[in-house]
Ligand binder design. Sequence first.
Ligand SMILES: [Zn+2]
Ligand SMILES: [Zn+2]
Length: 749
Amino acid sequence: MNTAKLRAPIATPAAVPIARVALDVPLFTAFDFLAPGFRDADIGRLVIVPFGRAGHTCVGLIVEMVTQTTVPPEKLKAIVRAVGVPPLAPRDLALFAFCERYYHFPLGQIALNAIPPRLRQTKHFSITEMRMVAITNTGRAALATLPARAVVQRAMLSALAETAALREDAVASVYEGGRARLQRLIEKGWAEFRAAVDVPPEARATLTTTHTLNSEQTAAVAAIIAARGTFAPILLEGVTGSGKTEVYLHAIHDALEHQLQALVMVPEINLSPAFVRAVAARFPHARIAELHSGMAEGARTQAWLAAQRGDADIVIGTRLAVFTPLPRLGLIVVDEEHDTSYKQQEGLRYSARDVAVFRAQEVSCPVVLGSATPSLESLHNVARNRFAHIALRARAVVNATLPRVAFIDTNHERLRDGISKALIDAIDETVKRGEQALVFINRRGFAPALVCAQCGWMPSCTRCTARLVFHRGIDRLRCHHCGLTVRVPSHCADCGSHQMIAAGEGTERIESALAAALPEARMARVDRDSTRRVGSLEAIFARAEAGALDVLVGTQMLSKGHDFPNLTLVGVVNADGALFSADFRAAERLAQQIMQVAGRAGRASRGGRVLIQTRFPEHAVFQAIAAQDYPRFAASAMRERKQNHLPPFSYLALLRAESQKPDALNAFLGAAKAAADESAAALQGNQVHVWDAVPSTLTRKAGFERQQLLIQADTRRALQDVLAAWMPLVRALPQRAVRWTLDVDPQEV
Ligand SMILES: [Zn+2]
Ligand SMILES: [Zn+2]
């Protein structure tokens, strides 16, 4: 970080200290402010400073205390006041600095976006203390006699009955109308509020054990414990149902026993209050802080501050939790480490998994990356001896077996609304046996396109080069890229025909086809559209777990996290597209998703079945899935990547640029390419290749033309060296009318 003004430094009058403050602005510069009364110990402190138009203020972060500045005295302003929270620790700042260097993104923007929104506000705020809710004896008695239709009340009371007390927000946020329902439980005397009690550290580590670990789990826990206090990245590869969570819990227990904090990261979708509740139930006395962007601001701030003070023993959160200050951090767990939601796709395009590994290195602690279907990157790190590897091969549930996989060859089976009779029959039998079925289709909406039966015309987005998706529920066409929503045309815009046909299928169509075929079955759809409201996903899962649903239809949101003990059949529909995608990671994702979703079937002792509808049952990806052999899939995918010199055998950075003016876009990328060639040529050897700029897969989005320029390097070092030389040149280019971003280690190319 530098103050880039080339002027002779001027000492301040009477040696008033100067604070260098990073702000949430897209500049690689800190700003100097008079800081009377501030000392070196205030580095890391959040402060309110005057910035922008007269009278305007914003929150910034002190990154340095100095005695001289190049800002002329008449322009030098003073800090308004400090924000009333403790300063961030030097190692928190080191984490931001690492991200600045590695992702070439301004530190101020990284830091200010890593703290809870409330701390970024310039107005005064107060933090309310958290309240706990506990079930009463009357409540326990009521639970035994509540009618089955009181689904939510039963679920709330059961959750409370499992543990001594739960945080108020953890109870209220889970269910529709949760706050009001909780209030009613209190009024009836079934539950009561309690203050958060002080529990001695030894007691906080208490882990209630429900069953003994098998030998593989025991060995895994021992290996993680043995690494305590050292940097040890460990890939924990275990088939679904092998009991990875139990290994995490025991490793966390060890950390807590040594008065260390544990950071547990879960993918976006997996972070359900149910998961937090499960951990809370096992650690009844630990202080658990939950952190994700969907939380109420007050609760999030409270959790963050508890972590920073060292009060929270276990922090559970999504990718943003990787930046949580943790003074006693001693263990990091990244569950489902292959999940793409760990990569942020806007602003600072960081991989929370990779940042977690860096963080573990900084504080010298183990970082456990868990998955049934590890990313090729992590497997490659194992092959290179950078990561340790622990495998859990047996399913932990006694008598549980892997599901059997079979194919429905759609070359020979007629499909109606995208679904075969064979699959419908299988679902019907399953439901009639009193078991549950799940149908996985990775596309939401009713149909991906509307087509004129006469001339083939298809309505497309006026702002993007994309077809509009038909959503029958709202009776609209919608663009999945820019959100444009329009009426369904009554006739073809080209030939005037009224025969408009919904082509292809999405979740809505599969749901309606199944509803028509199996009118008795109780069904729910799980996708981004049906779960927009906070708590609605949780409500569906609660109903499924309670046995109030027979069939679930949905996207990969269904593939993680939840155990449905009565689920014995998984159908996979419309998965062929990914086999022929332009994205080199599409097959890896398909294999991961199907194996994850297949893992839902037969987690209990019943044994499950997976039916995949495909025109290509012989395809290598499907064959590996059928053999339940992810390692075999990974090995063949790895050979392919190596041959094609793709990650993890090379390192990529993608410059994405867009403009409403094609000429400006071409001029910018032409100059950027020349600068990249120059930067690459300055490196020793021939380790870096700069590709020509090409149109993005979606060539126009929301009215902007889009292109991208790929840089490919043999080593991470070479890539970083080129970027360090290149980025300042790109930033110096005239960029009128052009927006651009750099994506280091892009997930989508
Ligand atoms: Zn659009
Ligand atoms: Zn037509």
